[in-house]
Ligand binder design. Structure first.
Ligand code: ZN
Length: 545
């Protein structure tokens, strides 16, 4: 109870502090609800053992996961084509979102330089659909991107809506190809870790040609002021214009210290790394040192300057969020290296992950819940939908369970299979129906809103699927804003999955059956046993005694 009281007080403090409703309560709620024996389940926190064996994931070279910036003038009508796609694929909300976080869409970004009135019209149109328009700060195109961003920000301020910013390009590149950022071998020769693949399609000119040049984590200090200045330009301009930032995110990934792929081997070869890491042969020690550095970089050049200038802002980065110590997914450029600590689950190896979120200073958690192609081959479920659902709900629950209620969870989502070479052609696409069920379960396990990333050719369908769930969910606004998740467990077999948000004596429940059943399942909530009957495709509200 003490924990609950503490949370309430903290939330009250933050209500004045934050422009957004902070959404569902999470931490501490597991004890209040768990599935009873009629639903086979496993706790995320128990039961696995450490295993390391030969298991190598092929690097998937996906173009465009990084900034997939659309051109502003590729439409023929009033709006650029990517914005028109958003408008066409969505409808105005029937239920008020009442200050809860908007839905974010990769396509609802960068409409180009608009007239002030037109910007207001667009912001208003999107807001009626529950969508927050985002603009990007681009240090490679400073004046133009600033002008376009300021216009939209003024419109958002005028309409009383938060300003949403994509700061991705401001954070690149620490490893810019400069030889001073390379590792140094015993002959004092610089060398690179090239195991992270070629530079992405949108790499800036100074990123270096050929393989990506990941270098020495201890050679980046001279890069900090350079990166910080890229952001400062935009921050200063917003301050001068009297504009605040409500939400700012980055998609900062393959840059800076990362311990995976062949990074450990490279550091062991590097004289400077050996001097800086006491037990360099110990992977966990290596991981700790590198992640601490990685957090420090994000905190110093990004999170802290933003919070100092915009104290109410939600600031975050793709893939950085509180968790239970393991990560259930691999990004497209990552693979498992034998010997690294991981949990085995069928053919999956869930890597041990550093608790980086608190050290970054971020105020928004941004988990990644994607159907990576390799997931399909990890599990043997005959119901192939459950392979996706199981893995993605594991990660969503991981974030939901461990993120404090004061920190909003903005989950990156995606529906189309992100194909990999190892499983091309054999993968069965996640069904629309079960993907939408997953989104519902995420909302009932702590996700506050979604951030859809997708490619342009996938956009219409992707936007429709996530927007339908977001829009429908707003009818349960009080639960979304104030409810406590009752359950974070994920069944090991495709049977019945239950999630819920409890609000005083009522519980908003979603039941999804992967095995046909007309029977109730029993769940435990606050010392009560409640029967949950099937209700395909809809939520139920259950009263507690
Ligand atoms: Zn080094």
């Amino acid at each position: 109870m003490a924990g609950k009281r503490q949370k309430t007080e903290y939330r009250e403090q933050r209500t004045d502090f934050c422009p957004f409703d902070l959404g569902s309560r999470r931490a501490g709620s597991l004890a209040q609800g768990r599935l009873l024996s009629s639903v086979p389940s496993t706790s995320l926190r128990a039961g696995f053992c450490l295993l390391t064996s030969d298991f190598c994931l092929v690097i998937i070279l996906l173009a465009g996961n990084l900034a997939h910036f659309c051109k502003a003038n590729d439409g023929v009508g009033k709006w650029p084509a990517h914005i028109q796609t958003v408008l066409d694929a969505t409808e105005e909300l029937k239920y008020d979102r009442a200050g809860r976080l908007p839905l974010y869409l990769w396509q609802a970004m960068d409409p180009g330089l608009l007239e002030q009135e037109t910007a207001e019209e667009l912001v208003r149109k999107l807001d009626k659909r529950g969508i927050g328009l985002i603009t990007s700060w681009d240090p490679n195109n400073r004046e133009d991107s600033l002008a376009a961003s300021l216009t939209v920000a003024r419109a958002q301020k005028r309409l009383g809506l938060p300003v949403n910013i994509n700061a991705t390009k401001c954070l690149y590149w620490f490893f810019n190809g400069d030889e001073r950022t390379a590792h140094i071998d015993d002959q004092n020769q610089p060398f690179w870790d090239e195991s992270f693949g070629p530079p992405p399609r949108l790499a800036s000119a100074d990123a270096g040609a050929g393989k990506r040049r990941m270098g020495c984590p201890f050679a980046l200090d001279f890069r900090r002021p350079y990166i910080a200045k890229q952001l400062e330009y935009f921050v200063r301009a917003f301050n001068q214009a009297g504009l605040d930032v409500g939400f700012i995110f980055a998609d900062w990934e393959i840059d800076g210290p990362i311990e995976f792929n062949e990074a450990h081997a490279a550091s062991k070869r590097c004289r400077r790394c050996r001097d800086n890491i006491e037990n360099i042969d110990d992977f966990e020690e290596f991981q700790k040192v590198l992640r601490k550095l990685r957090c420090e970089l994000q905190r110093e050049v990004y999170a802290e300057p933003i919070k100092k200038n915009f104290p109410k802002t939600l600031v975050g980065n793709y893939g950085v969020y509180p968790h239970g110590g393991y990560r259930y997914w691999y990004d497209y450029y990552e693979y498992y290296v034998d010997g690294q600590p991981a949990l085995a689950d069928q053919k999956a190896k869930y890597r041990k992950w550093y608790h980086e979120f608190p050290e970054t200073g971020y105020t928004a958690a941004m988990p990644v819940i994607y159907p990576w192609g390799r997931i399909f081959d990890w599990y043997d479920y005959a119901d192939t939908d459950y392979r996706w659902f199981y893995n993605m709900l594991l990660e969503a629950s991981n974030a939901g369970q461990h993120t404090p209620a004061s920190v909003p969870i903005i989950s990156f989502v995606h529906w189309h299979t992100i194909k990999s070479d190892s499983s091309a052609g054999q993968v069965q696409q996640f069904s629309e129906e079960k993907y939408q069920e997953l989104l519902w379960h995420m909302l009932l396990r702590g996700t506050d809103t979604f951030f859809l990333w997708c490619r342009k050719d996938e956009a219409a369908k992707e936007i429709q699927l996530v927007h339908q769930v977001y829009a429908q969910a707003q009818q349960y606004g009080e639960f979304l804003s104030k409810g406590l998740p009752i359950n974070f467990s994920v069944p090991k077999q495709p049977t019945t999955v239950i999630s819920g948000l409890r609000l005083k004596d009522r519980v908003l429940i979603r039941r999804t059956d992967f095995k046909q059943s007309d029977d109730p399942v029993e769940i435990g909530i606050v010392d009560q046993r409640i029967k949950i009957w099937p209700a395909p495709g809809r939520c139920q509200i259950v009263l507690l005694n």
